[in-house]
Design a protein around this ligand. Structure first.
Ligand SMILES: [Ca+2]
Ligand SMILES: [Ca+2]
Length: 354
């Protein structure tokens, strides 16, 4: 009898425990996921505030979304009602009527969701202005000609990465400054030792949230300030699951000027210009928006590549090998095996940062 009593008590305790943990589970992992798109023009040019809402649950969800922007900013409407079907993604837009740039180019935004089911959620995100002003820099590994760019900086102290871009009618220019202990160049015999590189992707933006495939590139250091850029994959190529690595040395060399230089600031500068001629789906013009993302491979640090998409707020459900190519020499750890976030974050082409 005693044994049975004990069993029933354990059972009841287990039921209570299960009940409590299921409540906690429901609160900790809401099926709604929020992300705010980058600003594609400077805040004083009044970009829209675009919120991506994904419903990963089995039921439609309805509610009211209210943003809170930095001090002195103004926007309308103050709130928007939204209904997101199960498994769907919706984009909600707010018009910014007053915005103010700052030196850090990071703008804290808080979203509050009040569901008709009584669930209240908040989402906080630093939103970046991600835009390429019109200019053609000199590709020499020196960054003094990038003063009028709109840089975004992400990562921890000592592991920071800065990305800046320019465009003109002919070319897209990219500068990536990587804080890292050392620069590892591919060895002559290519013995399989991972080495440093940057991998970046450019895709057309055909509609909100939509795009066709991407142009994806790999820029690799060659030593003595030199570098080279290869074309990894294009919009017409089949996607892959990350299980196969592309032999990048066999990929076509791109029409590009590339410099990869070590600085006395403890950083590596990748500076390059690639021709728009090979990206027929990207039309360079002021106000044009496209998708861009970047991975930094700092192979000698023994850590996973740095992923701009994470800094731009992409969530774990937006991780996929479909968005990026693997290549021989990449430093992706098998354990934990976690693919990068999707290679598409909103980016703009503007006339200048002012
Ligand atoms: Ca330069
Ligand atoms: Ca390195």
């Amino acid at each position: 009898m005693k044994f049975n009593d004990m069993n029933s008590l354990t059972c009841i305790a287990l039921i209570i425990l299960t009940f409590c943990s299921s409540i906690a589970f429901a609160q900790d992992t809401p099926s709604l996921e929020f992300r705010i798109e980058n600003f594609a023009v400077s805040p004083q040019s009044l970009p829209p505030l675009i919120v991506r809402i994904a419903n990963n649950g089995d039921e439609p969800i309805e509610g009211v979304l209210t943003p809170e922007l930095p001090d002195e900013w103004e926007w309308s409407p103050s709130s928007v009602e939204a209904m997101i079907a199960s498994g769907e993604v919706e984009f909600v837009r707010f018009t910014i009527t007053r915005g103010k740039p700052n030196a850090t180019n990071r703008y804290p935004v808080t979203l509050t969701w009040q569901g008709t089911d009584g669930v209240e959620l908040t989402h906080q995100q630093d939103v970046y202005c991600a835009s390429a002003p019109y200019f053609k820099p000199t590709i020499d590994g020196l960054i003094d000609d990038w003063e009028d760019a709109i840089p975004v900086t992400f990562g921890e102290e000592g592991d920071k990465t800065t990305i800046a871009t320019f465009w003109n009618r002919r070319s897209f220019s990219l500068m990536v400054e990587v804080e890292e202990a050392s620069l590892t160049v591919p060895s002559e015999e290519d013995d399989g030792t991972p080495y440093d590189a940057i991998q970046f992707a450019i895709a057309p933006r055909l509609s909100e949230g939509g795009s066709s495939g991407r142009y994806e590139y790999l820029a690799v250091p060659k030593g003595e300030g030199q570098g080279e850029c290869r074309f990894l994959t294009g919009p017409d190529d089949a996607s892959n699951d990350g299980s196969t690595a592309t032999d990048w040395q066999a990929c076509p060399m791109v029409d590009a000027d590339v410099a990869v230089a070590r600085t006395d600031r403890g950083t590596t500068v990748y500076e390059l210009s690639i021709s728009f001629r090979d990206m027929s789906l990207i039309r360079p013009s002021e106000g044009r928006e496209f998708y861009f993302s970047l991975l930094v491979h700092d192979a000698d640090s023994q850590s996973a590549p740095r992923d701009w998409g994470v800094a731009a707020g992409l969530s774990d459900s937006e991780r996929s090998w479909d968005g990026w190519q693997r290549w021989n020499g990449d430093a992706w750890p098998d354990d934990p095996f976690q693919p990068p976030t999707d290679s598409r974050t909103l980016w703009g082409m503007c006339s200048s940062k002012y």
